[in-house]
Write a protein that binds this ligand. Sequence first.
Ligand code: UT7
Length: 324
Amino acid sequence: MYVPERVVTNDELGALMDTSDEWIQQRTGIRERRYIEPGQMPADLAQAACEQALEAAGLEVDDLDFILLATLSSQHEFPGTSFFLHEQLNAGNIPCLDLRAQCSGFIYALNFADGLIQSGKSRRVMVVGCEVQSTGIDRTTEGRDVAVIFGDGAGAVILEANEDENDSAGILDITVHSEGKHARRLWIEAPSSGHIPCRLTQEMVEKKLHFPYMDGRYVFKHAVTRMPEVLKESLAAASIKIDDVDLFLFHQANLRINEFVAQKLEIDDDRTFSNIERFGNCSAASIPMLLAEAERNGKLKAGQIVTLTAFGSGFTWGSAVLRW
Ligand code: UT7
């Protein structure tokens, strides 16, 4: 994982908008987040995370045969961030693409990587989550609900075909869902390719349609329902009991959402792990960032059962069960 060095505290945001450290911590659990600095691009964050993943796996970029990058904050309208990452990694001509499933993006990307490997089309796939949200938020009181939760960061994992019958590590199940009828409850309306004659107008900018809009309460309500639901569905598909899970990792959107979900499923604190306090909500990057820190901190060890569960814009939601 990689996060930019610049730390932005709640008090720093409080100087720009009508909010407070107390409100943010009480409602979300967030103390600070990271923002990129001038000269840094999304692909730079992804590159740093990918280089660490390659080093940890003892692999070179030439050993990969696909790069899948999940993001909601693409470096440019097109092509996606993955192409700039590809250039920076000197990835020859292996395929890459951006995948858009917002905060559930990493779980969706894992699902595709799993499919590529199971079908025999790929042997080794790098799955990256990368977000730069700091440049896309309204840092005034009007945008405070969204602005205080988002942060920048990246994380990466490498999946490979495991044909060793004595090694049970791997993906036991991935279950994903969408419900497009809620798309406008959490979205960025502009630029829009359906807007004639131009995707982005001065009027759109004046109306702040290029900033995220979120119906926070509505999203919260759906998240605390869908996350336990899909987690149970995925565990059942993997024939794993909730008591047999060593570690539950939840998308870091709001600590209160995850506390709610954990309480609903009677999961005690020592079987969860969070880093939202330090990094805020990094959307598609939050789960690979959590995996990296959980492993580094000794929370996640080889052979353990870990679940990954997310909910986000679309709406999208999903859960994975892995043996680490
Ligand atoms: O990443 C995946 C998708 N995203 C999520 O899962 C996020 C889901 N939603 C949330 O986490 C929460 O809804 C928020 C943290 C965004 C907001 O918390 P809330 O407890 O739902 O607050 P609210 O939107 O109901 O607003 C309560 C009050 C309002 O004031 P009034 O109308 O009661 O006077 C807001 O204007 O809090 C106000 N408020 C703030 N006050 C200080 C909203 N944002 C802020 C803020 N600082 N940053």
